[in-house]
Ligand binder design. Structure first.
Ligand code: 5GP
Ligand code: MN
Length: 363
């Protein structure tokens, strides 16, 4: 959706400055700062994130959970779906509820919640099967997110800031700005650091502004052992995943030099042959970026229910617009995702046409 949807069929363009959403309009969510004075009273709090949570979604929700629990709240994290096994090392990950697996219990938590925090997504349909449930809830809904084009009308309070490196950075800001810096411990630091490392491509993307490094320095001073996080994020896979990557790079990658584009398309047969599970394909889209001159990388995986796309670009190519226009998706300027109900062959053809249409932007 292009504009925030406002009750009464009015459409209003979000007011933004430097990527930060201004919330002065009466129909818009109230600024996150207005929640701070309300933090002192103990509440039932649910926290959720986008489906198939990645390190930023899981890290930010867990960091917020640990923080709010220290303030005396009763807090439950609910994921709309399952998640990659390699995320389970994060402190608290094993207590996260899987809505698909434990629907009744999760719905009871949601029904009982005074507040619902929504992290690392900004429109309910990113929670897949949980979408309708979230729409029905009447509790206070609070957004903390860094993606483009938020559906601000769905939230009571919040902050949407596309200039932020990660939702984890925003949870750090939330803790600091609410006057609770002293609550940051090594557990919270690990969760925050994991999401920041993941969402900045290990401090590489343009989103890594100076404040990200200042924050990490602060986390280090508060006891963060960063090496443990790197090991858990990058050295924590099984042999089959490495062999799968070898096969993909050898047999499933096509380079279109005249369009500075790399395409990886993975059939279901590879997923089955190499016993690939949720999360095993994370990071695969980054490999072709190491080829000189590549500006756009597209990865499509034939999943059971749909063909899932990931896009990454370097410099001036807007992956968010591309994913929205051609693949019912979205995300950030240099990293986005999308989907298709077509067969793998058909959606790949659609991509090649789209790439050709964008020839000028890819030069
Ligand atoms: P990934 O390729 O890692 O799945 O996603 C890259 C970025 O795009 C992430 O920030 C993710 O949240 C976002 N993204 C992925 N798929 C979709 C989608 O279908 N719709 C929207 N709006 N964003 C997506
Ligand atoms: Mn994120």
């Amino acid at each position: 959706m292009n504009n925030a949807t406002i009750p009464g069929n009015l459409s209003l363009k979000p007011l933004t400055t430097h990527g930060k959403l201004l919330s002065s309009h009466p129909f818009m969510m109230k600024p996150i700062e207005e929640i701070f004075p309300l933090l002192s009273e103990p509440r039932q709090i649910a926290i959720t994130m986008h489906q198939k949570p990645d390190a930023d979604a899981m890290g930010s929700t867990l960091a917020l959970k640990h923080f709010l629990a220290l303030l005396g709240h009763t807090v439950t994290v609910i994921s709309p779906t399952n998640w990659a096994g390699w995320v389970n090392w994060m402190p608290g990950a094993r207590e996260v509820m899987d809505y698909e697996k434990d629907k009744k219990k999760a719905e009871a938590v949601l029904d009982n919640a005074d507040w619902l925090f929504c992290l690392d997504f900004n429109i309910f349909h990113r929670t897949k099967g949980m979408t309708e449930k979230l729409k029905q809830l009447t509790c206070i809904k609070i957004l903390i997110d860094h993606h483009q084009e938020p559906d601000v009308a769905s939230f009571d309070y919040g902050i949407s800031d596309t200039s932020k490196s990660s939702t984890c950075e925003m949870v750090y800001d939330f803790i600091i700005n609410s006057g609770n810096a002293d609550k940051i411990n090594t557990t919270i630091g690990q969760c925050i650091y994991a999401g920041v490392v993941a969402d900045t491509g290990s401090f590489r993307y343009a989103s890594t502004h100076a404040g990200v490094h200042t924050m990490v320095a602060d986390l280090k001073l508060r006891g963060l052992e960063h090496g443990i996080v790197h090991e858990n994020l990058f050295d924590n896979f099984l042999e089959n995943r490495l062999r799968f990557i070898g096969n993909v790079l050898l047999n499933r990658m096509e380079i279109f030099y005249e369009y500075n584009t790399a395409l990886i398309s993975i059939p279901k047969s590879d997923i089955l042959k190499y016993h690939i599970k949720t999360g095993d394909t994370e990071g695969l889209v980054n490999y072709p970026q190491s080829i000189q001159g590549i500006k756009l990388v597209a990865l499509v995986i034939d999943r059971d229910e749909e063909r899932k796309w990931s896009f990454r670009s370097k410099g001036e190519f807007d992956c968010n617009t591309f994913a929205r226009k051609y693949f019912e998706g979205g995300g950030h300027y240099n990293a986005s995702g999308g989907r298709s109900s077509d067969s793998l062959e058909k959606t790949v053809d659609h991509f090649i046409k789209a790439m050709k249409e964008n020839e000028k932007l890819l030069q």
